[in-house]
Ligand binder design. Structure first.
Ligand code: S3P
Length: 430
């Protein structure tokens, strides 16, 4: 994709359904009894991988233009897979599905693409093994492909070294099949869609937040049955993020993004925009199936630098590439720290973000757990190496809109992972 600078993005848009909630709707719907109907499901490649895995596990899933119908077979209704489960590029599919498979009375193997098979799985192998699961890395490198055979699961309390919703959710899902309570404490609260949604499906699940620290604990009791639900998926704030950044950065813009999920465990970007002086207004705030949503009005703003660190990081981890682009255009030096998790995403995002910003003429330094971005230098067009990372492709498409000259985004097709209509939505604002 080739892009150049523009002026005046104007209009009202919606963004596709939330990726995290879409994945969970298929998974929980499949192990619930009865039909789960999902509206505004995200039809990106990652969520399609989840659908395919559950079809391979014997679940009938019907897709229409407006919704997805899952014919759930209950907690013990999955069938042994006839072939290896293909998780594609999706870390969420891999880690959450592993938690469910650990509780099944059959063998399974799962594997993904080159990026997925290089991501760390010890973070789930360790707690699942403590629970009595039989899960191993087939190549003995603590990565997928993974092999899971039946085990008798017992409840544990797990102190997770990372604030990761994927790790937390994996353990809680295995906890559905354990013999006693399972709980997970994480250093700061990561996205809590699993806790909110499993409760709606009928699980006995609780969350507590320590008063004296940022630690958060979620606990689940073994369950006899979950029940199918109707789910209306809110717009994904991680997809809205690109249009929020575009609205702030592109001169003479005003964009209204409707129906965006603003769950506080996901909405760190809004706080950062406010700290940077962004003109953002939340309209029509409401709650839909336990998830807060709003329409977000964004207008062109003069941004200044900020420091992003500590327990806000899990609430904006996927938005850091586009925040880095905003910081490059802002006056002053922005510091991002406590974000070492960026290194184990679809690419090493500390490296991919800083390398691409450097090639656009930004003065940026990579650090062990983040980056230092000295903003305010005009960006120039460049060739962007996405390393097939969808969020890098989208973040640098926004940088291209304010850069001098043409920018070429290599392998931009990877955007299909989470936002197949990304460039079409842009056209609506021209
Ligand atoms: C996700 C959790 C996050 C996020 C990912 C989706 C989820 O990963 O980066 O895109 O749906 O649970 P971690 O929880 O591992 O940080």
């Amino acid at each position: 994709m080739e892009l150049c600078s523009i002026n005046g993005l104007k209009g009202t848009i919606t963004v596709p359904g939330d990726k995290s909630i879409s994945h969970r709707s298929i998974m929980f719907g499949s192990i619930a009894k009865g039909i789960t109907e999902v509206e505004n499901f995200l039809k990106g490649a990652d969520c399609r991988a989840t659908i395919q895995c559950f079809r391979t596990l014997g679940i009938e899933i019907e897709e229409s233009k407006s919704s997805v119908l899952i014919h759930g077979k209950g907690l013990h209704g999955l069938m042994p897979p006839t072939h290896i489960l293909d998780v594609g590029n999706s870390g969420t599919t891999t880690r959450l599905l592993s938690g469910i498979l650990a509780g099944q009375p059959f063998d399974s193997k799962l594997s993904g693409d080159a990026s997925l098979n290089a991501r760390p799985m010890k973070r789930i192998i360790e707690p699942l093994t403590q629970m009595g699961a039989n899960i191993s890395s087939i190549l003995r490198n603590d990565c997928a492909p993974l092999y899971i055979t039946p085990g008798n699961l017992h409840g544990i309390h797990y102190n997770s070294p990372v604030a990761s919703a994927q790790v937390k959710s994996c353990i809680l899902l295995a906890g559905l099949y354990a013999d006693s309570e399972t709980s997970v404490t994480e250093p700061s609260l990561s996205r809590n869609h699993t806790e909110l949604m499993l409760k709606e499906f009928g699980a006995d699940i609780r969350s507590t937040h320590a008063l004296s620290s940022t630690q958060a604990t979620a606990s689940i009791l073994p369950c006899t049955e979950l029940y199918g639900q109707h789910i209306l998926v809110p717009g994904d704030i991680s997809s809205a993020a690109y249009f929020i950044a575009a609205g702030l950065l592109v001169p003479d813009s005003e964009i209204l993004i409707q129906n965006v999920g603003i769950n506080p465990t996901r909405a760190g970007l809004l706080k950062v925009c406010e700290d940077m002086g962004g003109d953002i207004t939340l309209l029509n705030e409401r709650t839909q199936a336990g998830e807060p949503i709003a329409d977000i009005l964004v207008r062109t703003s003069t941004l200044h630098s900020t420091t992003i660190e500590g327990d806000i990081i899990p609430a904006l981890i996927d938005e850091i590439p586009v925040i880095a682009v905003m910081a490059a255009a802002a006056e002053g030096t922005t510091i991002i720290r406590d974000a070492a998790e960026l290194k184990v995403k679809e690419s090493d995002r500390i490296e991919t973000v800083t390398d691409n910003l450097l090639s656009m003429g930004c003065n940026v330094t990579a650090t062990e757990d983040g980056m230092i971005i000295r903003g305010g230098c005009p960006l120039k067009g460049a060739v962007i190496h996405t390393l097939f990372d969808h969020r890098i492709a989208m973040a640098f498409s926004i940088a291209a809109l304010i850069a001098d000259g043409n920018t070429k985004i290599l392998d931009s097709k990877c955007i299909d992972i989470s936002y197949p209509e990304f460039y079409d939505t842009f056209e609506k604002l021209l």
